[in-house]
Design a protein around this ligand. Structure first.
Ligand SMILES: [Zn+2]
Length: 444
């Protein structure tokens, strides 16, 4: 278990204060990103002291399929959700486009290629005449631009247009039973949000070996919408992670120069000089090593390193910024990389199957940068990474090492930090209370 001083915040939740609240109400329909007022309501049920609840974890309002709206007397506006296995032709058929000229144009025109990406869940909108002739076709991309195909007389013109997007804050929380991805899948979080969550707390929690059944997370993240259509998720703005009973919290803060980072609610930097895990967190590596919460081949012992079981090819990253001291084969370590870091620290990564392209002695690497791939070269009985951490040449247990923190929020920036973080902390508190109430509900 990591040392106590690593705890950023260790509060014990007080279930008694919310135990009476069986059900909660939470409305998230249009919460502007910079809004300070939390948009939620708790409606007490007068007869029983209970509270009515409607929880919306991820709100993706979509019009019913094939909504038909007359635009001009002979024109119809329709929209269709893209489904798995769709082709442009099959969607156009559902949009009731019956127009060989349009089909021929869409097949050959260079500007419409992005249409063929057909991301399931995204929508295609069309305006047609009552005879099925295509007038306009619109397809929204993940970057917020829209592909627009318009009929002009007998021909078609394609343009890319910037559409207006709104940001909404989405809040959700979950509990880990087997793996982080199993838990995030269950509550409908995208992989990008799950990976960002692991990344935010990567200096505190080793997501390959520290996770325990019963660990919990809450995230507040941005989602981009255009005209009510979900485009994509954005960044996490606040998060809470409870690991083995200890609670870590993070809020995003951007200084006047636009440099953003995650801090504890009292302004400490969450990014430390070293990452807890040298393995890149991904669906594959996490599934392999945390499926049964037995990620370890051996713990810290005589061989003075820590082993991470992971599939061959898993990305191995520099746990801290530094300089490459050695790249090559070294006895029982097999293919290995040694990095030199500030303050007499160095790290070693062994049994690799290969090295990052262009890695050579003397090169500078950044924290988190790819240095190689998991393998089983040297004296290894199975694919795993052997990781060592030394201070002034003396082996240290990396799982126990107290890591130097990154720069905290400066005194000058504290007022604006508190102003920005207070509503985010409020949301985390709200999520925690809902969580406790729902768990209490489930227990009864
Ligand atoms: Zn080892």
């Amino acid at each position: 278990m990591p040392p106590r001083e690593d705890a950023i915040l260790s509060e014990k939740p007080r279930p008694s204060s919310v135990a009476r609240l069986r059900r909660w109400a939470l409305w998230l329909s249009s919460v502007p990103l910079l809004g300070v007022v939390a948009a939620f309501g708790i409606a007490p049920d007068t007869s029983t002291e209970h509270v009515t609840l409607e929880q919306i974890v991820q709100q993706i309002p979509l019009p019913s399929a094939s909504a038909v709206t007359p635009t001009q007397p002979e024109q119809f506006w329709r929209e269709e959700r893209i489904q798995r296995g769709d082709t442009v032709g099959s969607i156009l058929a559902r949009l009731q486009v019956d127009d060989p000229d349009a089909l021929a144009y869409l097949r050959s025109a260079k500007g419409v290629r992005s249409l063929y990406q057909l991301v399931p869940g995204r929508t295609l909108r069309a305006v047609t005449t009552d005879e099925g002739q295509l007038v306009t076709l619109r397809y929204l991309h993940a970057d917020g631009t829209e592909l627009v195909v318009r009929r002009q007389g007998e021909a078609f013109v394609t343009t890319e247009e910037q559409v207006r997007t709104e940001r909404q804050l989405v809040m959700t929380s979950g509990e880990i039973e087997t793996s982080l991805f199993a838990a995030t899948d269950r509550v409908g979080l995208s992989d990008s949000v799950a990976i960002e969550l692991a990344d935010i707390f990567s200096s505190e929690v080793d997501f390959h070996r520290d996770l325990r059944p019963g660990d919990r997370f809450s995230v507040v993240y941005e989602a981009l919408y255009s005209d009510g259509e979900f485009i994509r998720t954005g960044r996490i703005v606040a998060a809470e992670f409870t690991n083995d009973g200890r609670v870590y919290r993070a809020v995003f803060f951007q200084d006047a120069l636009g440099r953003g980072g995650f801090y504890t609610p009292d302004g400490k930097n969450l990014r430390k000089a070293f990452l807890r895990s040298p393995l890149e967190f991904s669906r594959i590596s996490s599934g392999f090593s945390t499926a049964r919460f037995h990620p370890v081949l051996q713990t810290w012992r005589a061989h003075k390193g820590v082993d991470y079981a992971a599939p061959v090819g898993t990305h191995v990253r520099a746990t801290a910024g530094g300089t490459v001291e050695f790249v090559g084969t070294q006895g029982g370590y097999g293919k290995a990389v040694i990095l030199r870091h500030p303050n007499g620290r160095s790290t070693l990564y062994g049994h690799l199957s290969g090295f990052a392209k262009g890695l050579h002695a003397g090169r500078r690497v950044e924290q988190g940068e790819l240095v190689g791939y998991v393998g089983m070269t040297g004296l290894a009985t199975g694919p795993h990474l052997h990781y060592e951490f030394r201070i002034d040449g003396v082996h240290q247990n990396p799982l126990r090492a107290v890591l130097p923190p990154g720069p905290a929020v400066t005194r000058e920036l504290m007022p604006s930090f508190h102003e920005a973080s207070a509503p985010l902390v409020e949301r985390l508190n709200l999520l925690r209370n809902i969580d406790l109430a729902m768990r209490d509900d489930a227990a009864n």
